[in-house]
Design a protein around this ligand. Structure first.
Ligand code: AMP
Ligand code: MG
Length: 715
C-alpha cells in the first residue's frame, strides 16, 4: 500500500462560515512535511480537496484521504432507508450516499437542511428515531431533541466504533446530531460531498472498506481522537493552536509515517465489507502513535515580538537587523527523513557518525603491501604471497613478515601489512616485488577513522544539507536524518492596480504582479515551501481574510504593497488596527518602511510594493529572518570590497543598496538609474553595492562593499 500523500479532513456541520475551533481543517502530509489548512465553508473545502487530489493524480501520486465522519451506518439502515429488500443482497452503502446527496442542500455560506433531511429519514422508521439531537433554537418536527428508543433491529453503534478508542474517547453514535463530539450531523452533510467526489473521480477512487484499497485515491474513515494524548501534548506545546489543527496534522503525519515505512497495509488488512464501514487504524493505535515524529513544532512567536522601543524614530539597518534577530526563534518541529531525500533540509539535531570513515585501514593506491619493519634502506626484494587484496575483496589471511601482497586502492590492509609502495615505484617478476628503500612507515595507507571517528559529530544541528553532505552522511552509515519541517512561506500581493498574472489583460492604469512570482521563487530557491496566497485588492476585509488563510497555511507571510503610512497603505492600516503592527522606519534606501506584525501567530513581513524595494528588503531582512525561523540560524550575506567603477555623492542618514555588477576587471559598476521603479536594473545586476549611512563621496577606485546575488542564495 504505497501512498505519496495523506490528507486528513476534519469536517464540520457549522451552519455559518467558520474558522478556528470546530471548523473544517485539512491536514496534508507528504515527503515535504505536514501542513494544515483551515477552510471556512464546506463548498470551499470540497473544492480544495478535489483540487489537491487532481494535482496529485496529475503528478501520478497515490493519495490516502481520511475523513472524520462515518462512511456507513449501523447494519439495517441502508436497506430500510433506500427501500432495498432486506433479504436480497448485501446492503449498499453508496445507496445511502446517493439518498442524502439528493436531499441535502448546503449553500456557499454553509446553510444546510440536515435537520429536515434527518426528520425525513426518521419518518421512514417506526417510533421517533433513529436520528436525534437538535442544536438549533427552532424545533424540527420529526427530530427529537433527546435520545429516543431505536427502531427494532437498528443498533446504536457500529462494530468499528468500539475499537476506535483513544485515551478514553470513543466515537459517538452516528444517530446523534448535536452535542459535544457528535458525528451525526457532519456525516449527513459530509456524505453528499463524498458522493460527488466519487462521481468526479470514478475509478480513480476506492472507498475503503466497501471497495479494495487499490485505486490511486483511497478514501477511508478516520477518528483523530485516537491520538488524543498526542494531540493534547501538541496543543500544550503550541499555545494558540486549536485542537482540530493538531488533530489533522498528527493523524496525517502518523498515517504518512506508516506509508513511508511501507507499514500501512496491516491497517487495511481486516477489511469488513459490510455497509457499516470501518474506522481506519482502529485497533492499530500503537502503530499510529509510533509513526509520529519525535518532536512537534516549537511554540509560536509572541504577539509582541516585533515591538520597537518607544520613541525610536529612524532605525539604522544594523539595529533593525539585530532587533529582528533577537525577536525570532525557530518555529518548525523536526521529522526523520531518509538521508537520500534530505538535500536542502536543515538538520534539527547533530548527526553522529555510526561508524568510522574509513572503517578499517586501507590502501590509498594500487601497489604492494607489507610490514614496514621488515624493510630498510636500498634495494628491497619481498617475495609475493599468491593472492590479492582489492576493494570489496578482502584478503583474510596474515601476510608473513618479510613478504608482500598485491593490493589495490580501497582494499583493507590484510593482517601483517601497514605500508604500501606505489605500483609505479616497483618492478616484479611474479614471484617477488622489488623497490628502493627506505619507504615511510604507513606510506600510501589510510588510517581507520582518519576522516571521521565513530561517534564524532559529522554535521551539526542547523546545517543545511547539500549534495556533498549526503555523501558524508551515507559514508558514515547514517540512513535517516532528523530535519526541520520545511518553513512554509506565504506570499500575497496587494493593490487595486495589480493584475494577478500576465496571462490576463491589463488596462493602461493596471500593472501585472511582479512581486509575487519573485518572492515565491526566492522562497523555493531558499529551500522553503512557497505558499501562493494570491493577490488582493486594497480592501481591509479582503486583506484580513487572505492573512487568515496565510496564517493557517504558512509559518510566515510576506506581503507586498501598502506598507507605508499613507492613505492608500491598507496593509499597514489593517495590521495596525487588527494585528500587532510595528512599523519599522528603517534608514534604508530603497525600502524604508517595513511593516512587521503578528497575525494569528504568524509573523508578517509587510514589504514595500515597489519591486526594487521589495527585493532589497527581502534580501536584507526577510532572508536572515526566514533562515532563523527555519532552524538554520541567522544568515548574513558574505560581501567583499572592490573598487567602484562609478562616482556618487551620498548624503548621510540612510544606508543604500545599489543594483550592481562586477566588470571584467573586478570593479563594481552600478545601474544607470537609481529609480526605484526600474525593475530592469534588478535583472541587469548580479548583486548589490552597500553604501553606509554616512555621507560619502564615491569616486572611481573608491573601495565599496559588493554583495553578489549568490551570497543571498539568489541563483
Ligand atoms: P505601494 O507600496 O503599494 O505604495 O506601491 C508602490 C509602488 O509599487 C506602486 O507604484 C505600485 O503600483 C507598485 N507595486 C505594488 N505592488 C506591486 C506588485 N506586486 N508588482 C509590481 N508593482 C507593484
Ligand atoms: Mg498599493
Amino acid at each position: 500500500m504505497k501512498r505519496d500523500r495523506v490528507i486528513v479532513v476534519d469536517w464540520s456541520s457549522s451552519s455559518i462560515p467558520k474558522r478556528g475551533k470546530d471548523s473544517i481543517w485539512l491536514g496534508i502530509a507528504d515527503h515535504s512535511g505536514v501542513t494544515a489548512e483551515n477552510i471556512p465553508t464546506r463548498q470551499q473545502a470540497a473544492a480544495r480537496l478535489s483540487e489537491l487530489i487532481r494535482a496529485a493524480l496529475a503528478a501520478s501520486e497515490r493519495v490516502l484521504v481520511g475523513v472524520d465522519f462515518a462512511l456507513g451506518y449501523p447494519a439495517g439502515f441502508a436497506h430500510a432507508l433506500t427501500g432495498q429488500a432486506p433479504e436480497s443482497e448485501p446492503e449498499d452503502p453508496f445507496a445511502v450516499w446517493n439518498w442524502l446527496a439528493q436531499r441535502i442542500t448546503d449553500t456557499d455560506t454553509n446553510q444546510h437542511n440536515l435537520r429536515n433531511v434527518a426528520a425525513e429519514a426518521n419518518a421512514l422508521f417506526p417510533g421517533d428515531g433513529p436520528f436525534w439531537g437538535n442544536g438549533a433554537a427552532a424545533d424540527m418536527p420529526g427530530l427529537p431533541r433527546t435520545r429516543p428508543d431505536l427502531p427494532d433491529g437498528l443498533h446504536p453503534a457500529r462494530q468499528t466504533d468500539a475499537l476506535a478508542t483513544g485515551a478514553g474517547a470513543r466515537p459517538k453514535s452516528v444517530w446523534q446530531l448535536a452535542g459535544a463530539g457528535a458525528v451525526g450531523a457532519q456525516t449527513l452533510v459530509g456524505l453528499p460531498v463524498l458522493h460527488r467526489l466519487r462521481q468526479e473521480l470514478a475509478t480513480d477512487l476506492a472507498v475503503w472498506p466497501f471497495q479494495p484499497a487499490d485505486a490511486p485515491v483511497v478514501l477511508a474513515e478516520v477518528y483523530p481522537s485516537m491520538l488524543s494524548a498526542e494531540v493534547k501534548a501538541y496543543v500544550a506545546a503550541n499555545p494558540g493552536v486549536v485542537v482540530d489543527d493538531a488533530q489533522v496534522r498528527l493523524l496525517a503525519q502518523a498515517l504518512f509515517g506508516l506509508a513511508v515505512n511501507d507499514a500501512l497495509t496491516p491497517l487495511f488488512d481486516a477489511a469488513d465489507f459490510r455497509a457499516e464501514g470501518q474506522i481506519l487504524g482502529a485497533g492499530h493505535q500503537t502503530a499510529l502513535r509510533r509513526a509520529l515524529p519525535a518532536t512537534q513544532d516549537p511554540p509560536r512567536l509572541r504577539d509582541d515580538c516585533f515591538a520597537m522601543p518607544q520613541g525610536v524614530d529612524w532605525v539604522p539597518v544594523d539595529t533593525a537587523l539585530s532587533t529582528l534577530r533577537a525577536a525570532l526563534h525557530p518555529v518548525t518541529g523536526s521529522q526523520l527523513l531518509p538521508t537520500a531525500q534530505a538535500a536542502g533540509r536543515i538538520l534539527s539535531q547533530d548527526c553522529i557518525a555510526q561508524r568510522a570513515n574509513p572503517p578499517r585501514p586501507n590502501s590509498a593506491v594500487d601497489g604492494f603491501g607489507f610490514a614496514h619493519a621488515a624493510t630498510g634502506t636500498g634495494p628491497q626484494r619481498l617475495p609475493l604471497v599468491d593472492a590479492r587484496a582489492a576493494a570489496g575483496q578482502p584478503y583474510d589471511q596474515p601476510v608473513p613478515f618479510g613478504q608482500a601482497i598485491r593490493i589495490l586502492t580501497g582494499a583493507i590492509l590484510p593482517q601483517g601489512v601497514d605500508t604500501v609502495v606505489l605500483e609505479e615505484d616497483t618492478a616484479n617478476d611474479g614471484a617477488a616485488v622489488v623497490f628502493d628503500g627506505p619507504v615511510k612507515p604507513g606510506a600510501n595507507t589510510r588510517k581507520a577513522g582518519e576522516d571521521v571517528d565513530a561517534g564524532a559529530t559529522a554535521l551539526p544541528a542547523g546545517h543545511r544539507l547539500r549534495a556533498p553532505d549526503l555523501a558524508l552522511l551515507s559514508a558514515l552509515g547514517i540512513a535517516e536524518v532528523p530535519v526541520n519541517r520545511p518553513l512554509r512561506v506565504g506570499v500575497v500581493s496587494t493593490g487595486d492596480e495589480i493584475i494577478a498574472s500576465p496571462d490576463q489583460p491589463a488596462l493602461p492604469h493596471q500593472i501585472w504582479d511582479a512581486n509575487r512570482p519573485m518572492l515565491l521563487s526566492l522562497a523555493e530557491t531558499w529551500g522553503y515551501v512557497p505558499v501562493d496566497l494570491g493577490h488582493v485588492q486594497d480592501d481591509a476585509d479582503q486583506i484580513a481574510q487572505r492573512l487568515d488563510d496565510g496564517a493557517a497555511r504558512a509559518d510566515v507571510i510576506l506581503t507586498s504593497g501598502g506598507a507605508s503610512a499613507g492613505d492608500e497603505d491598507h496593509v499597514s492600516a489593517l495590521l495596525r488596527t487588527r494585528g500587532t503592527l510595528s512599523n519599522w522606519r528603517i534608514a534604508l534606501k530603497p525600502g524604508r518602511p517595513l511593516a512587521l506584525a503578528m497575525w494569528q501567530g504568524a509573523p508578517v513581513f509587510g514589504l514595500p510594493g515597489n519591486p526594487v524595494a521589495a527585493l532589497v528588503c527581502t534580501l536584507i531582512f526577510a532572508r536572515p529572518a526566514l533562515s532563523l525561523m527555519a532552524g538554520a540560524g541567522w544568515q548574513a550575506p558574505q560581501g567583499f570590497w572592490v573598487p567602484a567603477a562609478f562616482a556618487k555623492r551620498k548624503k548621510p542618514g540612510r544606508q543604500e543598496y545599489l543594483r550592481a555588477r562586477l566588470t571584467s576587471d573586478g570593479t563594481a559598476e552600478v545601474f544607470q538609474s537609481e529609480g526605484s521603479g526600474r525593475i530592469s536594473g534588478l535583472s541587469w545586476a548580479d548583486g548589490l553595492v552597500e553604501l553606509p549611512d554616512t555621507a560619502l563621496d564615491v569616486q572611481p577606485g573608491t573601495m565599496v562593499r559588493y554583495l553578489p546575488y549568490a551570497s543571498f542564495g539568489l541563483v
